[in-house]
Design a protein around this ligand. Structure first.
Ligand code: ADP
Ligand code: MG
Length: 228
């Protein structure tokens, strides 16, 4: 346990450092952008290059923003929490995005799920990441299934996020969760890495099953008797 605590501490410190750096990068970026726009307004020369600079700066800003949002979930606040409520919140939050693709997020919660000793803000971040990924992988009109049930051994609560979207081939599956690995134009490749860290903080497990063209299932298992 001591080693686990140490690991959690290290992750926290690294997260805080990274968030600090991300914050510091933001200000010079804003000034960079301002001056490029200023030059653009003064002259028509190099317009094409200046546009490229602006869009690259936008891209850095996007990554930093997502990074800061993710690292906010770093302060730990463990308490007994209803996991159903967290998932309901998350689904409500993402429904607008789902509706735009005509996607229905269906939830199925088993009765008698116990309260879990966990950090609700961190876990919400995890569920947002997985359900967002599921929506992004889906085609118009697909559905996304989110279920909560007890493991047969009764030691874990199992949360499944199942989509019927693009799926992943072996080569992609091997790389997911590595920092900055993404197959999306607007992706950051940070979601799964951060989610994985949070699940580890909770002594949980993460499994994935995916088939190209068929869909993907992420299974998060969180321990019931957890007193950190
Ligand atoms: P991002 O969403 O910014 O790309 P993530 O860490 O959340 O970063 O995901 C990394 C990559 O894993 C994605 O770019 C995608 O290739 C793959 N992936 C994650 N979830 C799914 C899913 N449900 N279906 C298909 N591919 C997925
Ligand atoms: Mg993502």
């Amino acid at each position: 346990t001591e080693q686990k605590l140490l690991k959690a501490e290290t992750l926290n410190v690294v997260g805080e450092l990274a968030a600090g750096v991300a914050h510091e990068i933001r200000n010079p970026l804003t000034s960079l952008k301002g001056f490029v726009q200023l030059i653009q307004n003064q002259t028509d020369d190099f317009n094409q290059y200046l546009s490229i600079i602006l869009s690259e700066v936008d891209r850095i800003e996007h990554i930093i923003k997502e990074f800061l949002v993710l690292s906010k979930s770093n302060s730990q606040n463990f308490e007994l929490t209803c996991i159903k409520a967290i998932i309901k919140d998350t689904v409500d939050l993402l429904n607008t995005q789902a509706i735009m693709k005509n996607i229905e997020i269906l939830t199925e919660f088993e009765d008698g799920i116990p309260l879990l000793f966990c950090d609700s803000m961190q876990l919400k971040q995890v569920f947002i990441n997985f359900i967002k990924n599921a929506i992004e992988a889906s085609s118009i009109g697909n559905k996304v299934d989110v279920t909560i049930k007890m493991c047969p051994d009764s030691e874990y609560v199992q949360i499944k996020i199942c989509d019927y979207g693009c799926g992943m081939e072996e080569s992609v599956l091997k790389k997911i969760g590595k920092p900055f690995f993404t197959t999306k134009d607007e992706g950051t490749g940070l979601g799964l890495m951060v989610s994985n860290n949070i699940i580890k903080h909770h002594n949980g497990k993460l499994d994935v099953q995916s088939e190209k063209g068929i869909g993907t299932k992420f299974i998060i298992s969180l321990p019931i008797n957890q007193q950190n």
